[in-house]
Design a protein around this ligand. Structure first.
Ligand SMILES: N[C@@H](CCC(=O)N[C@@H](CS)C(=O)NCC(=O)O)C(=O)O
Length: 115
């Protein structure tokens, strides 16, 4: 989202949210009031609409601010870019984000727990 904003030349107010460890803010009421999923990024538009999910937000930015376009013109190259995005979002990031990584780590540790 940051890269999309920069490429489009859109100025936004950015509010950092701690998502790791005991000081994680994303599961606290102040953040859950903004995004009940407790995830970042979230984008509040000038019209007061809250958008979530990074791909949906980036596509929204590309539709509302079409220049410069984020996707290449040629169909096969567009497909390559979309495949890369999905590999990161759907297959890689989904298993390393804190809410998932912490559960996976605790499960792995329990395999080696002494009796
Ligand atoms: N599919 C979502 C994933 C959002 C997501 O997992 N964001 C991470 C930070 S990059 C997060 O908020 N993690 C908090 C957590 O796992 O508790 C998207 O693309 O926006």
């Amino acid at each position: 989202m940051r890269i999309a904003h920069a490429l489009k030349g859109i100025a936004v107010e950015r509010i950092p949210v701690e998502i790791v460890g005991a000081s994680a803010e994303n599961r606290r009421p102040a953040c859950l009031d903004v995004n009940p999923q407790g995830l970042v990024p979230a984008l509040l538009t000038d019209d007061g609409v809250l958008l979530t999910q990074s791909l949906a937000i980036v596509e929204y930015l590309d539709e509302v601010y079409p220049e410069p376009p984020l996707l290449p013109l040629e169909a096969a190259t567009r497909a390559w870019v979309r495949a890369f995005v999905l590999a990161v979002l759907a297959e890689t990031h989904a298993i390393v984000t804190p809410r998932v990584a912490i559960r996976r780590a605790s499960r792995t540790c329990s395999c080696f727990r002494r009796r």
